[in-house]
Design a protein around this ligand. Structure first.
Ligand code: DQA
Length: 145
């Protein structure tokens, strides 16, 4: 039987990881993180489907797809949409697939406008502040769901 699938969805500006504010987000690129997730996923018996978009609607479509395809869980780093998007909040509520919120930085230790998370209100779990390792810890938690 094929390995259960984990969607790893990345929102705006995360395509620039590696050169984007490395003092906050570190030096790993999104491709580096995808490689780490695939290695850990192979150990855990999970298939990784990693995607990135700068467009809110793509993230919503992919959340719907996660449910339609019966994926095991979604790791979602919605970037700044975390703090603004009621549409993403509603999309997560509209599906039964569990969503784990992921952040490289710890938004709670940053500007006040990052302290509200519309994703976190409906996600089953959150991993933040560990840099690229946030994704790995989130994957390990997804494996146990
Ligand atoms: C982020 C934190 C958000 O506040 C920010 O808008 C991002 C990245 C993170 O991974 O630390 O784009 O989601």
């Amino acid at each position: 039987m094929a390995d259960p699938v984990i969607f790893v969805l990345n929102g705006p500006n995360l395509n620039l990881l590696g050169m984007r504010e490395p003092e906050i987000y570190g030096h790993d690129t999104l491709d580096d993180i995808a490689g780490m997730l695939e290695d850990r996923g192979a150990e855990l018996g999970l298939a990784i489907d990693m995607r990135q978009s700068n467009h809110e609607g793509h993230l919503i479509d992919w959340l719907h797809e996660a449910q339609a395809e019966g994926v095991k869980a979604v790791l979602l780093n919605a970037g700044a949409y975390t703090h603004t998007s009621i549409a993403l909040h509603d999309a997560i509520k509209s599906i039964r697939t569990p969503v784990i919120e992921v952040h490289l930085s710890d938004p709670m230790k940053r500007e006040a406008f990052r302290h509200t998370s519309y994703v976190g209100m409906v996600a089953v779990d959150c991993v933040s502040g560990l840099g690229a390792k946030s994704y790995i810890v989130a994957l390990e938690r997804a494996a146990k769901l």
